[in-house]
Design a protein. Structure first.
Lengths: 285, 255
């Protein structure tokens, strides 16, 4: 770990994944790193997490993809998002963005949607030789059991040379964390956004997707507390972080770093604000 | 594209809408009809606002009384991100611009009602005439945007479903003749009405060029910059994102 780094996400990896700040955007919220332009002061962050990507191109889900969740007071308190992993495929994404990632002031972590061991291996192989990719975060299906986790993480571990972070499903994080570590995870993200279903009257159908909102925070924090008792690897807290206090709660619960998800959409400037407050010199934690 | 705190300088009633005026010198110069800002109005998701009047230092929006922005008072401050998206593009060669809107969506098109002939519309020493017509619909006369608030040079074709003002029936009744007249059509309405409008254009125009008919589509947006992939709009060859590729699309490409 360099002198400037305050966080090491892969202490047992030959290269490691050292960050100068514990704050990063979550996968699925930050695009491929270019979309926000100067709305986000990337240099204040510890890393950026881009993607998700899959081995081949995916057109994504049929609209509607974004369903605001109404609050009791009127207005909205969160959102359900169902993109269907829309992306151009690993090869096209690397071709399009690797040069820009190489100039990123902070490490770039690419999120791979681990839909199957075979696709995961293919995706990780494509990323393995890419110097601009400092780490890989592997997403797991919500329905994954320990055997699935073992197979998918092993496939990624074998194919990828970079440090491997495994993002656990929220509802089964504690049950799956040991399988992920035994299969080769360097660190764990706790957790993926929970899934929910909403009736969309205009199209006359149910839409299932990931839920974002402040209400996710206690759920994710609970999951992280349980995983922290079981997992001897660095943990990244993720879920419902909308303020410095929200982020601090994860760090106090045992997280080494945090990811900001839906809050970034409403307030892109919050990323830098949280990062500055949680910088080592700020003395917040 | 910036995220900036702007000042509300005025708020008053304008017909069925509340007009809110923002002083936003960092955003206004690059705003255009159909482009938008995302406003933090105390909802989880930001709310898109479209300019109804554009100025060098600021812009107006017109929103219905139950819209979150309608509660804004002068001297309030609002966090905006913008300008965002791709707006309406009236070709320099256009001479006859047709605007089509129902009353709730009319504010998005209002900047185009004041469209003036540009320098490229001079032919030799003579100014080439440039006409703008508006096909405006509402269920009843009471719900129709007041015609007297529109520019006097604008040719207005009003339609009410119950016949209480203007033509009685549907905007589709008048649309074919107006499409024959126009050389550019800009539409803001309920997307469910767009297929019928597209079919009429295909029937009465032979080979309309790209951008002949442009239509506004505004699904819910999370990020506004293309990062979340959440505002997909089906088009002829897949999907496009309303926030970056739109929210103004070629009507004939929409699916």
């Amino acid at each position: 770990m360099s002198e400037e780094a305050v966080v090491e996400l892969a202490p047992n990896h030959k290269v490691g994944l050292a960050l100068t700040n514990p704050v990063m955007p979550a996968a699925g919220c930050f695009g491929f790193g270019m979309e926000y332009g100067r709305l986000v002061e990337v240099e204040t962050l510890g890393a950026v997490v881009v993607g998700p990507i899959t081995a081949g191109p995916r057109p994504g889900a049929k609209p509607p993809r974004t369903l605001p969740l109404p609050s009791f007071q009127g207005g909205t308190e969160g959102v359900l998002l169902h993109t269907g992993l829309a992306n151009a495929g690993a090869a096209a994404v690397v071709h399009r963005y690797a040069r820009a990632w190489a100039h990123s002031p902070v490490p770039v972590i690419v999120h791979v949607a681990g839909t199957s061991p075979g696709e995961t291996a293919s995706c990780c192989q494509r990323l393995s030789g890419v110097e601009a990719v400092a780490g890989i975060e592997l997403g797991l299906p919500n329905t994954a059991d320990p055997d699935d986790v073992t197979a998918t993480v092993r496939a990624a571990r074998t194919a990828a040379s970079q440090p491997l972070i495994v993002r656990l499903p929220l509802t089964s994080a504690a049950a799956l964390c040991e399988a992920a570590i035994e299969a080769g995870a360097d660190a764990l993200t706790v957790a993926a956004p929970p899934r929910g279903t909403v009736w969309h009257a205009a199209s006359g159908r149910f839409v299932t997707g990931r839920l974002y909102g402040r209400f996710v925070h206690p759920l994710a924090l609970h999951a992280l507390c349980r995983v922290a008792e079981l997992a001897p690897v660095p943990l990244i807290g993720c879920g419902g972080i909308h303020s410095v206090e929200d982020g601090l709660a994860f760090l106090r619960a045992g997280a080494t770093a945090i990811q900001v998800s839906g809050a970034l959409w409403r307030d892109p400037a919050c990323l830098a604000r949280i990062a500055r407050s949680l910088a080592p010199e700020a003395g917040s934690w | 594209m910036v995220q900036t705190d702007v000042l509300v300088t005025d708020a008053d009633q304008s017909g069925p809408f509340v007009r809110v005026t923002f002083s936003a010198p960092q955003i206004a110069p690059a705003l255009a009809p159909g482009r938008f800002v995302l406003a933090d109005l105390e909802n989880y998701l930001r709310i898109p606002l479209f300019p109804a009047r554009l100025g060098a230092e600021g812009f107006d929006v017109l929103v219905p009384p139950d819209h979150p922005a309608a509660a804004l008072q002068p001297r309030a401050r609002v966090d905006l991100i913008g300008p965002l998206g791709q707006g309406f593009e009236v070709p320099a060669a256009a001479r006859r611009l047709l605007l089509v809107a129902d009353t709730p969506h009319l504010p998005v098109l209002l900047p185009l009602t004041r469209q003036k002939p540009s320098e490229t519309r001079f032919s030799g020493k003579n100014l080439v005439s440039f006409s703008v017509a508006l096909l405006l619909s509402a269920p009843t006369a009471a719900e129709l945007y007041p015609i007297q608030l529109l520019p006097t040079a604008l040719e207005v074709h009003a339609v009410t479903t119950d016949g209480s003002a203007g033509h009685g029936g549907s905007a589709l009744d008048l649309f074919p003749d107006l499409v024959r007249w126009a050389d550019c059509v800009c539409i803001a309405g309920e997307p469910a009405t767009y297929p019928a409008l597209a079919n009429i254009i295909r029937e009465v125009r032979v080979g309309p060029g790209p951008h002949f008919a442009q239509a506004l589509v505004v699904p819910p947006m999370a990020c506004g910059v293309g990062a979340c992939q959440g505002c997909a709009v089906p088009v002829a060859h897949g999907t496009r994102l309303a926030c970056t590729d739109g929210p103004v699309f070629d009507l004939l490409e929409l699916r």
